[in-house]
Write a protein that binds this ligand. Sequence first.
Ligand SMILES: Cc1cc2nc3c(=O)[nH]c(=O)nc-3n(C[C@H](O)[C@H](O)[C@H](O)COP(=O)(O)OP(=O)(O)OC[C@H]3O[C@@H](n4cnc5c(N)ncnc54)[C@H](O)[C@@H]3O)c2cc1C
Length: 441
Amino acid sequence: MTRHVVIVGAGPAGLAAATAAVRAGAQVTLLDAADQAGGQYHRMPLDTYETKRPRILERCDWWPGGAVWALERHDERRPPRVHVISGPDGGTRRRHVLEPDALVLAPGAHDRTLPFPGWELPGVFTAGAAQALAKGEGVAVGDRVLVAGSGPFLLPVAASLLAVGSHVTAVLEANPAATVLRGWTQSPWRLAAQAGKAAELAAYAALLARRRVPYRTGRAVIEARGDGRVEEAVTARLRADWSVVAGSERTTAVDALCVTHGFSPQLELPVAAGCALRDGFVLVDEDQATSSTGVYAAGEVTGIAGAPAARAEGVVAGWVAGGGSPARLRTVRRRRDEGRTFAVRLAAAHPIGRRWSGWLRPDTLVCRCEETDYGTLCRTADVSARAVRLATRAGLGPCQARICGPTLAELLDTNPHDRPIISPIRLGELANPPEEKESTP
Ligand SMILES: Cc1cc2nc3c(=O)[nH]c(=O)nc-3n(C[C@H](O)[C@H](O)[C@H](O)COP(=O)(O)OP(=O)(O)OC[C@H]3O[C@@H](n4cnc5c(N)ncnc54)[C@H](O)[C@@H]3O)c2cc1C
């Protein structure tokens, strides 16, 4: 009997999984909350997308704008039921329930921004949001923009901003040069297989050099100032643990700030499916199978290793989930393992220093949706994490802790991903019965 494989997420991992599962002979339903396939890496303007639509979308049941809002564990011998809400928000969204034979979770990651005084000012963007506006809409977030945070992702963000006409004043990497170099250069031969990624980064670095954009290490934005919107960024030199070197503060005039400190995996779906985690990522075996029966995971939820590794993981997950023989996967498994080496290097070269909270003040907002400040969190943290949530509502606002969750988890030692409702759904929508799957959105 043909297996029905449901794949959540149509980024590099999910698209590769769909292709492999179709090749293995499965019937595939591919869902993405976004209207376009491609995920973060292949984001593009609508007219370009029309001509570059991945071909796999014609060969599977493709549900754009289909958000999985819950996974229901009903039988431990089977994958969970997949609850989907689809259609334009604010209009009549429809509910569907899928019962797959195998489920591949490829929801990716989102960029993480640590709080700092003034980060709620208009004009302060996560680097991912600024890049999405530049790549997807051709919109520049400002004329004079400072890009700061940590990780190689800052380079493509700066490149995207330059492409839409912004003047990028500098790119600041918070880790000192010694940490970055030590991370990337340990056992360099093990990175030889990532020559493509290295060449991509070298091209960005060359572009910054040509456009005279300085790249500085060991310096971070510790405050944004402005009257009604950002006008100045205060930067400071940091030690390896990200404590601020007193007296090293400088002020730069900007009209936009893009700040991102690496990525956080989107773990809500895997946690809802009962998948075990290790070191903050989904634990998978050689075949990308998770600890939950019939559930596979691929891409950035298993480790931050870039698009090529996400693709390799997607091929393995989709092929095995679709009933293909794991014996035929030797080459792609090697590519996947090389990607994992890259992930280890990335984490070593661009860690988050544990003393970053030193730049917070009592009135610094940590949860921007509920306007919970650091001082209030510290005062209630002694009671319990539950008390913090109930008393301050931190992490319970419209973004559902996507922005502040990892920070709250670090400050309060809690699990931010344990949420029965993964994406917001209205009570009226819940009251409507789910429609048959045949009524594809
Ligand atoms: C903001 C951002 C910008 C990036 N830019 C670059 C770049 O310029 N260059 C580079 O080399 N790398 C970039 N990366 C990293 C790169 O995107 C990843 O390496 C790669 O895309 C990971 O692929 P993935 O398939 O695991 O996840 P993604 O590409 O993130 O795809 C995951 C997909 O899952 C969907 N999804 C999530 N939850 C649900 C749900 N509940 N229901 C339905 N669908 C869901 C999302 O809409 C998304 O389309 C970026 C990452 C981020 C977060």
